[in-house]
Design a protein around this ligand. Structure first.
Ligand code: DGL
Length: 267
């Protein structure tokens, strides 16, 4: 493919569901010339309680699909998929610009003044060896309290960003972290930025909330620049697929993505 054609090719992004839209928004804001493809693997959400083997298989299937659509780069817009599957995808596609994501432990460790950091994430992310290695590397000087949040992803998938049930669930996850003296909370799952306003209303103003979406968008920009693959024309409309009920994603797109769009079924 001539270089110009490659530059105009889309970036493929996937998540277990709607969470990765929080990352997709950051990529769109930073890189408006890039065309984007997005898969919500909603037929298999949540990933948080599934086995690493299962998630690795989903990563293989979704990556292959996006590459078959002509993606020039891939973004795993999911912490849980990254800890399970990014290493294998890097091995499989050594030349491909590939960005995964992990809870923002390093910036949180630098930001805390109380020396206590809380991590809200899925069970799969918190149990992984990759997360343990992240703590060893960047959090040796701070106390890190981890909090798995079962059920929260399902609320966000349903578009319940501010319901009484979501509030009660989140309150139950956050209270122990505040009781331990955390002054910095890491949003370690890409679904959680969508409930940031709710979380903000449940914690004192002095608590910092850190998510990884903007840093991931900057990493995509850096990697594309390194590969001489940054688009310089006009972006094509973003294309969406869901392995669940396309209608369900289509319904929440205006709320979570900011625009309406047609969603195709991914079988
Ligand atoms: N959005 C995903 C993450 O960043 C996982 C949500 C799930 O499917 O459990 O971890």
């Amino acid at each position: 493919m001539p270089r110009n054609a490659c530059r105009g090719a889309p970036i493929g992004v996937f998540d277990s569901g709607v969470g990765g839209l929080s990352v997709l928004r950051e990529i769109r804001t930073l890189l408006p010339s890039e065309s984007l493809l997005y898969i919500a693997d909603s037929g298999h959400v949540p990933y948080g309680e599934k086995s690493p083997e299962f998630i690795r298989e989903r990563c293989r299937v979704l990556a292959e699909f996006l590459l078959a659509q002509g993606a020039k780069a891939l973004v795993l817009a999911c912490n849980t998929a990254t800890v399970a599957g990014v290493a294998e995808l890097r091995e499989r596609y050594p030349q491909l610009p590939l960005v995964g994501m992990e809870p923002a432990v390093k910036p949180a460790a630098a930001a805390t003044t109380s020396g206590v950091v809380g991590v809200l994430a899925t069970t799969g992310t918190l149990k992984s060896a990759k997360f343990a290695a992240l703590l060893d590397r960047f959090a040796s000087d701070v106390r890190v309290i981890t909090q798995p949040c079962p059920g929260l992803v399902e609320q966000i998938e349903a578009g319940e960003l501010d319901s009484a049930a979501t509030r009660e669930l989140l309150q139950g996850f956050v209270a122990p972290l505040l009781a331990e003296g955390c002054d910095t909370l890491i949003l370690g799952c890409t679904h959680y930025p969508f409930i940031k306003p709710l979380l903000r209303s449940l914690v004192p103003d002095s608590i910092s909330l850190i998510d990884t979406g903007p840093a991931v968008a900057r990493q995509v920009q850096r990697l594309l620049a390194d590969h001489d693959l940054l688009a310089n024309g006009t972006a094509q409309p973003t294309q969406f697929w869901s392995s669940g009920e396309p209608q369900a994603l289509q319904q929440v797109l205006p709320l979570l993505w900011g625009d309406a769009a047609h969603v195709r079924a991914l079988s």
